[in-house]
Design a protein around this ligand. Structure first.
Ligand SMILES: *Cc1c(COP(=O)(O)O)cnc(C)c1O
Length: 379
């Protein structure tokens, strides 16, 4: 265990999961907990379950396999429309698979029949975001093909918004999805018990009390992890936004000019940097860089500390205006946006610690934070 590390407060994940299930229940909506943002860490997935979530979802087969292995009979959903080559494996692990194509439906059906099972699938409808899904006008054509397949059960319709096209979910779009399902039920005499109304960006409709009846499910990742709805990244009232904290260690502290000396070429990543002359500044380097994380998606949690930039392994901070008096070896905490969280968790250089199982050693490392003294304002 060493720095940099990401600490997860599992109590806050539990509380956010509980909050989302409580917020959506009055609308007849079940929350599916999306685990891809934390690479399906079993500890965090378990915290979602402890918070009242009953179904977990991931976009990667490997992650679903691990969840199945570690968490046993929990219901699992595969989020990304499948690669044809992974269909047989998916069918052996997933309870629900999102699809957008009748031929994939055939592959799934064949694989399911071989296993002697009937695979539940949700047909994704593209309501304008232009990522996955059949266009609304082609829905019935695909449904007809799918319901003729012996190895699958068309279990519902779904949609995904605010991902590629950044289209914001509206009551009208949700009604369009519900209406397609209603028509399909009468036309084909099928049940379609699940209407999956999107990801964390659709949560806003629940918060504004604008979610129409008939939407029965939301697939939530970011809102549970970071306490924000995803359409405009606004905070969800009563949700924790600080379940994850990144810690990195100070390895240099020196006063330096704010403008480099010499002829300026390209930086470590081929960009031409620009600088503002603010005179001599106190700068800290922390042992963290672009090889560990997406530096642009971090925010220092100490007031007055500003990120100047980062190369592969060094992040440079301006600490001249910091409220704390820093020394070498001090640990600086950062908050993470979604993009940084997933890269940090995936990085072999960033360790993960959880509140509930901090080893003595971890506690000792984290207590390094105690070295930080609050700077007294000078008269
Ligand atoms: C990633 C993903 C989600 C979860 O998105 P969040 O914004 O993290 O809630 C839901 N559905 C699908 C299909 C996804 O790919």
């Amino acid at each position: 265990m060493q720095y940099p590390l990401i600490k997860t407060d599992l109590d806050k994940i539990r509380a956010n999961s509980r909050l989302m299930t409580n917020l959506t229940r009055p609308y007849g909506i079940e929350v599916v907990g999306v685990t891809k943002g934390f690479c399906a860490s079993v500890e965090i997935a378990q915290a979602m379950l402890d918070g009242g979530i009953k179904i977990l979802a991931d976009s990667r087969l490997q992650n679903l396999r691990r969840l199945r292995q570690e968490l046993g009979g929990v219901r699992l959903m595969h989020l990304r429309i499948p690669m044809p080559s992974e269909v047989p494996d998916l069918v052996s692990v997933a309870d629900y698979i999102l699809i957008s194509d009748a031929w994939i439906g055939e592959l799934i059906s064949k694989a399911a029949l071989r296993l002697g099972k009937k695979q539940k699938v949700l047909l994704m409808i593209d309501l304008g975001d232009l990522r996955e899904g059949v266009l609304p006008q082609n829905t019935f054509k695909v449904i007809e093909q799918l319901i003729s397949l012996k190895g699958i059960e068309l279990y519902g319709l779904g949609t995904n918004l605010t991902c590629y096209g950044a289209v914001i979910p509206t009551r009208e779009l949700m009604e369009e999805l519900v209406e397609l399902a209603t028509q399909a039920r009468t036309r084909y005499g099928i049940e379609l018990p699940v209407i999956s109304g999107g990801n964390s960006s659709s949560l806003n409709l629940v918060l504004k009390k604008e979610m129409p009846a008939g939407i029965t499910q939301l697939r939530l990742g970011e809102s549970i992890l970071l306490g924000v709805e995803a359409a405009r990244r606004t905070a969800i009232p009563s949700a924790y936004s600080d379940a994850f904290t990144l810690y990195a260690e100070v390895i240099e502290l020196l006063e330096k000019p704010s403008i480099p000396r010499g002829e300026i070429g390209l930086d470590a990543f081929g960009n031409r940097p620009v600088f503002e002359d603010r005179g001599i500044r106190r700068r800290a380097i922390v042992a963290l860089g672009q090889h560990d994380i997406v530096v642009e998606k971090l925010k220092p949690l100490f007031p007055g500390v500003k990120i100047l930039g980062a190369s592969s392994d060094h992040m440079i901070l301006d600490v001249s205006d910091a409220d704390v008096n820093l020394s070498l070896g001090d640990i600086i905490p950062f908050s993470l946006e979604y993009g940084a969280l997933i890269h940090g968790i995936l990085s072999p250089y960033v360790d993960m610690v959880y509140d509930k199982n901090d080893s003595e050693k971890t506690k000792k490392i984290l207590s390094g934070m105690n070295k930080i003294n609050i700077k007294r304002p000078t008269a």
